[in-house]
Write a protein that binds this ligand. Structure first.
Ligand SMILES: C[S@@+](CC[C@H](N)C(=O)[O-])C[C@H]1O[C@@H](n2cnc3c(N)ncnc32)[C@H](O)[C@@H]1O
Length: 341
């Protein structure tokens, strides 16, 4: 686990790691805030009043922004945090980091469309379930170098016409870009703490979880929430390993059951990851994982056997794997997809 999310690491060190590794190049505001806290023992002492698992920069910053902290320089933020600490602390205790990024559907879609339908899809670690509607979004795949039609674009729309949500994704490698949407006849999710797209408070939390400068993601989130509100999808509360077998058993007969997850298994300890991987092997399902490189048991080892990409793999890249076999490298928010061939 990385230092910023590791409860065993001292708070100042967690915030320094967050500033230097996660925020740098992604959010100038969060980089300033995290670096400021790392060098500010008084604010570290406030944060240390929280249980260790609740001291994560992403949680504290999202809680502060939910309550009105404005993106800006560190001294103003530190003063704001001192003044509002009691409320921020309660918000951290009652909330969790569960960013829901519909953009990830762009990297899942080619793999879903290549499976024999109709499909019954189950997302474990679904948050509010915005990735459970891949067939309701429009896609604009930009074909970059390495692809046969480099420089072109590939649009795909829901069967009833263009969606208000358009997901952009740069693709390289021999991606099997789909001609039509997968036929999804049933969908459901599992989450420890499902968020409800119909709840304004939950949606406000989802917005606060998006980093300050990422306005494109915030507008996409709002549009995806409007799409998701058109249909109620069940998200079973509970641990994915405890709930998955019963939910798979409820999928309609005759459909290919696909269990998928993105940015979830990092939350599990090694034993639980192994248990879940064994369940995926045993159950009659296709298993699509999109996770950090060393998260899904065995996947990184198998990546070494796949055709190597022509460029170095960024440390932040996720591996998309089907039934444990790597098929693509993906940008963590779904902005790009490199198919391994
Ligand atoms: C970072 S969010 C990702 C949400 C969604 N998959 C996406 O990509 O937008 C991780 C989600 O996994 C859930 N989660 C973490 N551990 C879990 C577990 N053991 N069982 C079920 N859900 C879990 C969290 O509650 C959170 O909603």
């Amino acid at each position: 686990m990385r230092a910023s999310t590791d409860p065993g690491v001292a708070t100042a060190e967690r915030y320094r790691a967050f500033a230097e590794v996660e925020a740098r190049g992604m959010s100038a505001c969060y980089e300033r805030w995290a670096a400021g806290i790392a060098a500010d023992p008084a604010t570290v002492a406030l944060i240390d009043q929280l249980p260790a698992v609740k001291r994560q920069p992403n949680l504290v910053f999202s809680a502060a922004r939910l309550l009105g902290a404005v993106a800006g320089e560190y001294p103003a933020f530190a003063a704001w945090l001192r003044e509002h600490w009691a409320l921020v602390a309660v918000t951290c205790l009652t909330h969790a980091t569960q960013t829901n990024e519909p953009g990830r559907c762009a990297v899942l879609l080619p793999a879903l469309a290549a499976l024999a339908g109709p499909l019954a899809i189950i997302e474990v670690g679904a948050s509010a379930g915005l990735c459970l509607h891949p067939d309701r979004y429009s896609y604009r795949y930009r074909l970059a170098g390495g692809s046969e039609s480099a420089g072109g674009e590939w649009m795909l729309h829901p069967t009833d016409g263009p969606s208000p949500v358009v997901l952009d994704c740069n693709v390289t490698g021999p991606v099997p870009l789909p001609e039509r949407m997968p036929d999804i006849v049933w969908r459901a999710g599992i989450d420890l703490h499902p968020l409800d797209v119909h709840s304004d408070a939950d949606v406000a939390w989802l917005e606060a979880l998006i980093w300050p400068e990422h306005d494109d993601r915030r507008s996409r989130l709002r549009a995806a929430v409007a799409v998701a509100r058109q249909e109620t999808v069940e998200i079973v509360p509970g641990d994915l390993g405890d709930q998955i077998e019963a939910l798979v058993a409820r999928a309609p007969a005759g459909a290919t059951v696909v269990v998928f997850h993105t940015a979830v298994l990092a939350y599990l300890n090694e034993q639980d990851r192994n248990r879940f991987a064994a369940q995926m092997t045993r159950l009659p399902v296709s298993w699509l994982s999109n996770e950090g490189q060393s998260v899904v048991p065995g996947v990184l080892d198998r990546l070494a056997e796949a055709p190597a990409p022509s460029h170095p793999i960024p440390a932040s890249a996720f591996i998309l794997a089907l039934d444990g076999e790597p098929i693509a490298l993906t940008q963590p928010h779904g902005r790009s997809l490199h198919w391994l061939g």
